[in-house]
Design a protein around this ligand. Structure first.
Ligand SMILES: N[C@@H](CCC(=O)N[C@@H](CS)C(=O)NCC(=O)O)C(=O)O
Length: 211
């Protein structure tokens, strides 16, 4: 791993119930990188200081030395390229690299507008329609179930940033009223991720009766 001694502390701005921040924290932990966590609820995100870090006002944001980087998937790519000298988390091999990118896109699209949206609307009254989120989640989970029926991880024979990008909101889909009961391969994949060294779950929130 590259020497970090001259760079100071890595700082992660997030909240503990954000799956976007959780995926970044998982990689920091799994790479064994020391970091400082700055809790950044809406009141903090509205400040000029935070807006200077990310004009979108969104978490996560990572600071590493002089670098300020927003967007969870961009941060995963940075951390893997910068600190994973083995190249396992973000392989260079063209087909695997493309598969990883494909799942990062799924994380930013179907995961964000599926289980993540349904959860945010259900738990916090986030603007949007939970039923739309559930529809997107159903299609996503059916696709993931078929994909994972023949694979252990999403993009390679081993875990990559693709798995971390997708796992948090899928694991917490029941909090948005989406049951995982019909998706045994997805549940087995989640268990494999939870068994990885450094894994720490996102805190659970109440599950509505329907899920
Ligand atoms: N594309 C961004 C999305 C991050 C995101 O949606 N963060 C949410 C919390 S989970 C947030 O900060 N929302 C506040 C807002 O949009 O004002 C990423 O992947 O980091």
């Amino acid at each position: 791993m590259p020497d970090r001694s001259s760079q100071g502390t890595i700082v992660l701005h997030g909240t503990k119930l954000s799956g976007h921040a959780h995926r970044v924290e998982l990689l920091l932990r799994m790479l064994g990188l020391p970091y400082q966590y700055r809790d950044s609820p809406a009141s903090v995100r509205a400040t000029p200081e935070f807006r200077a870090l990310n004009p979108f006002g969104q978490i996560p944001v990572l600071q590493d030395g002089g670098l300020v980087l927003a967007d969870s998937n961009a941060i995963l790519v940075y951390l893997a390229k910068r600190y994973d000298t083995g190249g396992e988390w973000l392989p260079e091999e063209p087909v695997v690299a493309a598969q990883v990118q494909r799942w990062l896109s799924v994380a930013a699209g179907d995961v964000r507008f599926g289980p993540s949206l349904a959860r945010a609307v259900t738990l916090w009254g986030f603007p949007g329609n939970a039923a739309d989120g559930r529809r997107v989640a159903d299609a996503l989970l059916r696709f993931m179930e078929g994909h994972l029926a023949e694979r252990v991880f999403l993009a390679a024979e081993h875990p990559t940033v693709a798995d971390l990008a997708c796992c948090s909101y899928v694991a917490h889909a029941p909090e948005g009223g989406i049951s995982l009961a019909a998706y045994p391969a997805v549940r087995a994949w989640l268990q494999r991720i939870e068994a990885l060294p450094g894994f720490e779950p996102m805190p659970r929130s109440p599950v509505p009766a329907a899920a």
